[in-house]
Ligand binder design. Structure first.
Ligand SMILES: [Mn+2]
Length: 322
């Protein structure tokens, strides 16, 4: 971790002039962007400054607890800090303050923000680890709310401590958080984050397992969640579908996993791509204007049907494997 970048970021965040701060999350908000942003907002508030968290889309139900006891009413911010956001467009098309972004804290390999204060560490497993370092640098203790938020950040970005980014640093931070999370009740927290699902979602998961298409030559598992299926399983726009790709990742003998979600706008599909080999997930998504990490990435593709979408993606994958 670059000590100087850490020091600069912490100094910027805590200097007198940094007030009225908006911590901005990325689209398709996950545990890392949300947990990190809420922890940072609490740090700034602990120092007597005003702060709120901007979330461009609905917060998934599993992560709503991060907002408990936190009055997140927005105001006209002076400063915006992008949290776990790799490119300005991932702040969302309707982000109201794009020209006020002055700092960024992130762990994506390709961060394209051109801002005065940049704390970007591509080798770090989650932005939550960087936020923990900012607390340490600032000499600020983790409150139970902060510990819970940081746990949400690192546990989700490491796939519940399963992905290859589960480093000893991750476990060291988790061990520290374990001392602070209320009643050390990780069981309840994990159940909330990872285990319990409503009936509709469980039925959908079973459907996906039974109906995902496998392409043996390409080592790929593919599933398209159409609007029709969304209606059939009673999903709303608020339903958190981010973990669905992990359902198809369970097929053994395959290395590329794609979950495509048809959007309300006809012919638009958002893809979550996972890859355990080459081409990497980011290499598969970049031709379509997407981004992310080596093993986990996403992109948006326009196609006239689910069938056409599959054809587009699979022929791109085929080219990549040659
Ligand atoms: Mn992240």
């Amino acid at each position: 971790m670059n000590k100087e970048a850490l020091h600069n970021f912490a100094s910027f965040l805590l200097c007198e002039e940094t007030d009225e701060v908006c911590f901005a999350c990325h689209v398709s908000p996950d545990g890392d962007t949300l947990g990190s942003a809420f922890a940072l907002a609490r740090l700034v508030r602990a120092r007597g400054r005003r702060a709120f968290v901007h979330v461009p889309e609905a917060i998934p139900e599993t992560l709503l607890f991060l907002t408990e006891g936190f009055d997140n009413a927005p105001f006209e911010p002076k400063t915006v800090v992008a949290v776990d956001v790799s490119t300005p467009d991932r702040l969302g098309a309707d982000f109201p303050y794009p020209d006020r972004v002055r700092a960024v804290i992130d762990h994506h390999k390709h961060n394209s923000f051109d801002v005065a204060v940049s704390f970007v560490e591509p080798d770090v497993s989650a932005t939550g680890l960087l936020v923990a370092a900012v607390f340490d640098e600032a000499g600020e203790a983790y409150t139970p709310e902060v510990a819970t938020a940081l746990y949400a950040a690192v546990s989700t970005d490491t796939g519940r401590f399963c992905h290859t980014n589960t480093t000893s640093d991750v476990f060291r931070l988790a061990a520290r958080l374990c001392e602070i999370v209320p009643e050390r009740n990780f069981g309840a927290l994990n159940r909330r984050l990872f285990v319990e699902q409503d009936k509709a979602k469980l039925a959908l998961e079973a459907y996906i397992l039974a109906n995902a298409e496998t392409f043996d030559d390409l080592g790929c598992v593919f599933f398209v969640l159409t609007q029709k299926l969304r209606r059939r399983f009673g999903l709303t726009e608020k339903s958190d579908l981010s973990s669905l790709v992990d359902v198809i990742r369970r097929f053994s003998g395959y290395s590329v996993f794609v979950l495509a979600k048809e959007q309300e706008e006809r012919g638009v599909y958002k893809l979550s791509v996972r890859s355990e080999a080459t081409p990497t997930a980011i290499d598969l998504c970049r031709p379509f204007g997407g981004g992310g990490h080596e093993k986990a990435a996403g992109c948006t593709i326009r196609a006239r049907s689910a069938r056409a979408l599959k054809k587009i993606f699979l022929s791109s994958l085929e080219k990549g494997t040659k």
